[in-house]
Design a protein around this ligand. Structure first.
Ligand code: GLP
Length: 261
């Protein structure tokens, strides 16, 4: 696991966008895994800007998102389809037919979850999955207790996640308690994982996930098993990391990070 700390959230977001753009430029038929949440908004703004400036081309890129609320149609302003269209897809030269999220309105949830996993597999797997972290330590909606080998499924959300996300709903209580999520195993199958963590409210969970013991109680800690994960943090989110000085030393001296310093 590589850990990169940038002084500010803006710098962490910019670096994350650059890393994704570089990966796409190296392989135009890219299969990109995406995430939602406030953390990602500026990453998508950066990518949109780079696309407009001709620095990255999405015309052949296919995307799969981590999750979607059960019961929300695409036009609901809190659906993740709505978020993705607004924050990224409408602003770049992607073919919208190449963008995938689980269908929150699917009548058969088990079949929908299976279809989603199959679509990733048929495409040849995800090249890079961009993920965040929830306050419960989740990636996607894999709340505490989710198996590291889980595939896409419908999850009942914990109170921590409900409290974190319900503020976006009007009224807050209308937030669905269930959501489709790619499984921890689905994410671990990606060739590369880039995780972005910003803000001081994530400092405790970031340290536990990155440096603590691996446990299904913190699904993000499963990324310790992944052979190619880069975690990018701002200084606030990195505040409780024990090896912080070491991560900085590696970033400043290892030739593999030269383009990003
Ligand atoms: C939601 C999403 C996660 C995301 C998390 C963090 O729960 N399902 O994929 O990582 O929010 O959100 P934020 O970036 O707003 O802290």
């Amino acid at each position: 696991m590589d850990v990169i700390i940038r002084p500010t959230a803006a710098e962490a977001e910019e670096l994350t966008a650059r890393m994704i753009a570089d990966a796409i430029n190296a392989k135009p038929e890219f299969r990109l895994g995406l995430a939602t949440g406030a953390t990602m908004e500026n990453v998508y703004a950066n990518l949109s800007k780079m696309n407009k400036a001709g620095k990255v081309d999405f015309s052949q890129v296919r995307t799969w998102n981590l999750d979607e609320y059960v019961g929300l149609p695409p036009e609901h302003d809190q659906s993740y389809r709505y978020y993705m269209n607004k924050n990224l897809f409408n602003n770049i030269n992607i073919d919208i037919r190449n963008t995938h999220l689980p269908d929150g309105m699917a009548a058969d949830e088990v079949a929908e979850a299976e279809r989603y996993d199959d679509s990733i597999e048929e495409a040849g797997g995800i090249d890079l999955w961009l993920v965040g972290i929830g306050c419960s330590g989740h990636v996607g909606f894999n709340d505490p207790g989710t198996s590291f080998s889980s595939r896409t499924h419908v999850a009942y959300l914990t109170n921590t996640t409900y409290e974190q996300n319900k503020i976006y709903f009007n009224p807050p209580e209308s937030m669905p308690r269930r959501a489709f999520t790619a499984g921890v195993g689905t994410v671990l199958d990606a060739k590369k994982v880039v995780q972005l963590i910003t803000g001081k409210r994530k400092a405790g969970i970031a340290a536990a996930a990155i440096e603590g013991p691996m446990t299904a109680m913190i699904s993000s800690s499963a990324l310790q098993l992944h052979p190619d994960t880069v975690v990018i943090l701002d200084a606030e989110a990195a505040a409780q990391l024990k090896l912080r000085d070491f991560y900085d030393e590696v970033f400043m001296n290892d030739p593999k990070w030269e383009a990003y310093r």
